[in-house]
Design a binder for this molecule. Structure first.
Ligand code: ADP
Length: 442
């Protein structure tokens, strides 16, 4: 590269530490990096941000391109990636997001503790309706733009605290499962396994090799049930999930215990699933003769004639081809019936949930949860710290045609003045990067 150009762009490049105050303000740690609550050093900007430092160094060309695309996503219920910093001295990648004070993992945890202390328990029913409507709205936007989330769960559903967007849902982590394929730590370094399969659709557990929109809808159904009951509907012990094999006997057993074993007529293509033979060998339909979703929800005081139950059933449909779409779900009677969903899920009432706490560098914010999780206590929440197992491959890139994103810009828009160096992070040129990275679009 031209030396003068290099010097010039290096001088112009914005550095994250010059622009943001974030030291000592770590609020979370995920599979792919550390998240800090940050404030801009520029005085008129008093907004709060979340700064995520990606574990490891460098970035592949295709990750670069994906980030540029994710930056184009704009919807009130999808967290917006505002800026990307490529720190050239240490080859670190930083992502800047809007800051959300709450998330459903903490909100549900709050209600579960209340339940344990025999105080009022459930999340208000209006709040559940507003939450689900906004989640569907955000997912509908992503799906309409051919972005699949692939990892929906309570921890990834953020809710804005006090401020102009009070009580608004922000779906986080979309597409990132595909972007950063190395976990925060090697698998062996982590506590007993922490991948959660609770929100995983049955077709994935039976070996489906392609992610689809229906997989996100199943996860929304699971979240809906959990909001209504404060219990993860498909809770399953997690100790033995240490494999890249998608087939998971115990998780399927749990699903059948709630839903019943699928009838051939209800899911004809189940016979075509890669793990169908194993399923037939391991399970007997008669074991689950007495089980169905209606019974499970009635047990948790959700009436089977309610509109909420009727929608839930359509989201938690075993056959992915019959599962409801987000678009149809948003038009469901449940949302037309009073009280209709509101923009502020807290409905103007005081927010009872605590704010995010800062954690120290060597703190493991949810260690106790992990510990609990490793035992057989069936009332646990999943840990937030996760290990990635090999995801099923995405469907072929041929589905991704130009123009599916509303606006496309080139990678050079990622960070003004630094595009050339950005590319060089992976020391590959554009065509090499996209061909060799192993990431595929859906
Ligand atoms: P990963 O995708 O690497 O697993 P996450 O994005 O889940 O990491 O983030 C880890 C933690 O940081 C979680 O506790 C999450 O709630 C918190 N977090 C993530 N994004 C934000 C945000 N925009 N605002 C506030 N907290 C966030």
């Amino acid at each position: 590269m031209d030396y003068d150009y290099k010097v010039k762009t290096a001088a112009e490049r914005a550095k994250v530490e010059d622009l943001f105050e974030y030291e000592g303000c770590k609020v979370g740690r995920g599979t792919y990096g550390h998240v800090y609550k940050a404030k801009s050093k520029a005085s008129p900007d008093s907004k709060e941000y979340a700064l995520k430092q990606i574990e490891g160094t460098g970035i592949s060309m295709s990750a670069c391109r994906e980030i540029a695309l994710l930056r184009e996503l704009k919807h009130p219920n999808v967290i917006s990636l505002q800026k990307v910093f490529l720190s050239h001295t240490d080859r670190k990648v930083w992502l800047l997001f809007e800051f959300a004070e709450h998330d459903l993992w903490h909100i549900i945890k709050f209600h579960r503790s209340a339940k344990a202390n025999k105080k009022p328990v459930h999340i208000p029913r209006n709040m559940v309706k507003s939450l689900i409507f906004q989640i569907l709205d955000g997912i509908h936007y992503l799906h309409a733009n051919w972005v699949l989330h692939r990892d929906l769960k309570p921890a990834n559903i953020l809710v804005m605290g006090e401020g102009p967007e009070r009580g608004r849902v922000k779906i986080a982590d979309m597409g990132f499962a595909r972007l950063f394929n190395s976990p925060l730590k090697p698998l062996a370094d982590l506590d007993p396994v922490v991948v959660t399969f609770w929100y995983r659709a049955p077709e994935l557990l039976l070996g489906a090799r392609h992610y689809s929109k229906a997989i996100d809808i199943w996860a929304i159904g699971c979240i809906f049930a959990e909001l209504l009951t404060s219990e993860p509907i498909f809770h399953c012990r997690q100790e033995d999930i240490k494999t890249s094999n998608p087939y998971h006997h115990d998780q399927l057993d749990r699903i059948f215990n709630v839903m019943g074993f699928p009838q051939e007529k209800d899911w004809e293509d189940i016979r075509k699933m890669p793990e169908h033979q194993t399923l037939m060998k391991d399970f007997k339909r008669s074991t689950y003769g007495n089980c169905n979703l209606m019974k499970y929800m009635e047990k948790h005081k959700v009436k089977s004639e309610s509109k909420a139950f009727s929608l839930l059933q359509k989201l938690l449909t075993m056959d992915p081809t019959k599962r409801m779409t987000s678009e149809l779900a948003m038009k469901d009677q449940y949302f037309l019936e009073d009280p209709v969903p509101s923009q502020d899920v807290f409905e103007g009432l005081p927010i009872p949930y605590p704010k995010r706490e800062f954690i120290s560098d060597d703190d493991n914010e949810d260690k106790s949860d992990n510990k609990n999780n490793a035992n057989t206590n069936h009332s646990d929440q999943p840990p937030q710290k996760r290990v990635r197992v090999m995801p099923p491959v995405t469907t072929s890139s041929s589905n991704m045609v130009s123009g599916e994103f509303q606006v496309r810009k080139h990678v050079h828009n990622m960070q003004s003045g630094s595009q050339q160096q950005g590319m060089n992070f992976s020391s590959s040129n554009a065509s090499q990067g996209s061909a060799s990275s192993g990431y595929s679009r859906f």
